[in-house]
Write a protein that binds this ligand. Structure first.
Ligand code: AMP
Ligand code: MN
Ligand code: MN
Ligand code: MN
Length: 287
C-alpha cells in the first residue's frame, strides 16, 4: 500500500459521540471511495467487531481503532490507537477506567447549565446517547441545538462547555504514558490525534511530542478534518522532525455536524511515511 491511498483512520459511531452506526459508517466510507478504514470511538472498543464485519461486508480493508482521552500539562489531548488486538483485556480495562466518572461529570455540567437558565440538560443530553458509559460534551451540544439555545454545535462550543464558559467541568483523563502503553502492549500503534487543536505553548508542544515518543508513540495525524491546509504542512514537518509516521482521518461524527466527510481529505504528501505502511501486518484486507 502506498501513500496515495484513501485511508480514513479516524471517525466516531453511536458507540461514542457519532450519530451513525458502525454499519452505516462503513457504507458511507465505501460510497466515498475510502480504501482503508478505522472506527476510532472515544475511550471505547466495543464497536470493533461490528466495524470489522461491516468493513468486510463492504469490501473495505480495516484497522482496529480507538481514541483515548488523556490529560497532559493540564489540557486534554487525544491519542488514537490503531491495529491493536480488539480482545486485549488490559486495553479494555484501561479504557473502562478512562470512561469512569463521565456520568458524574455530566451531572455537574447540567447543574452549571441550570444555573444559567438551561434546565434539564442531563436528561436532554441522555436522549442522544447511544452508550450509557459514554455521555460526552457532544451529546450536550446536540441538546442545546435541538432546544434552539444555539444554532449549531460550533456556537455551542463558543458559548458553553469550554474552559471559562458555563457547563465546563474539568476532568482528569488517562496519563499519556498509560494510553500509549495500553495501545502498544495490545499490539497496536499510538498516534497523536489532531495536534493543532491543543492550546499548548511551543515548549509544551515540544514536550508533548518528546514524551509521546519516549513512551513509544509512533505516529501523528497530519491530514485531519481538524487541521487547515497550512497545518498539514506544519505537522508533516513535525512528523519528519520527530521520526513519526503520518496518519490521515476525517474525524467524522455526523452528516449534520461534520464539515469533513469520510474519505474527503487531501492525500498525504509522498514525502511522509504513512502509518499503514508500518501497520501492514495488522490491516485486515478487504475480502
Ligand atoms: P468530551 O470527551 O466529553 O470532553 O467531549 C469531547 C468532544 O466534544 C470531542 O470529541 C468533539 O466531538 C466535541 N467537541 C469539542 N470541542 C468542539 C468544538 N469546538 N466544535 C465541535 N465539537 C467539539
Ligand atoms: Mn468526539
Ligand atoms: Mn479528538
Ligand atoms: Mn475524534
Amino acid at each position: 500500500m502506498t501513500t496515495y491511498l484513501n485511508a480514513d483512520l479516524h471517525c466516531h459511531s453511536v458507540v461514542s459521540d457519532g450519530t451513525l452506526t458502525p454499519e452505516a459508517l462503513a457504507a458511507r466510507a465505501k460510497a466515498n471511495g475510502v480504501e482503508l478504514w478505522s472506527l476510532t470511538d472515544h475511550d471505547e472498543i466495543s464497536g470493533q467487531h461490528r466495524a470489522a464485519a461491516a468493513a468486510a461486508a463492504q469490501g473495505l480493508a480495516y484497522l482496529t481503532g480507538t481514541e483515548i482521552s488523556v490529560t497532559f500539562a493540564g489540557t486534554t489531548v487525544h491519542i488514537v490507537g490503531l491495529g491493536f488486538d480488539p480482545d486485549n483485556a488490559p486495553l479494555a480495562r484501561g479504557l473502562a477506567a478512562t470512561r469512569g466518572g463521565r456520568s458524574e461529570r455530566a451531572q455537574e455540567m447540567a447543574a452549571q447549565l441550570a444555573q444559567v437558565g438551561i434546565p434539564g440538560a442531563y436528561e436532554g443530553a441522555l436522549q442522544f446517547v447511544g452508550n450509557p458509559e459514554l455521555i460526552s460534551r457532544t451529546h450536550f451540544a446536540r441538546f442545546l441545538v435541538e432546544t434552539r439555545v444555539c444554532k449549531d454545535t460550533s456556537e455551542v462550543f463558543r458559548r458553553f462547555l469550554t474552559e471559562g464558559k458555563p457547563g465546563f467541568v474539568p476532568h482528569r483523563w488517562a496519563a499519556l504514558g498509560d494510553a500509549v502503553r495500553w495501545i502498544t502492549e495490545a499490539g497496536g500503534m499510538a498516534v497523536m490525534a489532531h495536534p493543532a487543536r491543543y492550546r499548548l505553548s511551543t515548549n509544551e508542544e515540544f514536550a508533548l511530542f518528546s514524551e509521546f515518543k519516549e513512551h513509544g508513540g509512533q505516529g501523528v495525524e497530519v491530514v485531519t478534518g481538524s487541521h487547515s491546509a497550512a497545518e498539514f504542512v506544519t505537522y508533516g514537518a513535525m512528523a519528519q522532525e520527530f521520526g513519526l509516521a503520518a496518519s490521515r482521518g476525517s474525524d467524522f461524527h455526523s452528516p449534520d455536524e461534520s464539515h469533513t466527510d469520510l474519505g474527503a481529505l487531501p492525500l498525504l504528501s509522498g514525502a511522509l511515511t504513512p502509518v499503514w505502511e508500518k501497520l501492514a501486518e495488522r490491516v485486515r484486507p478487504a475480502p
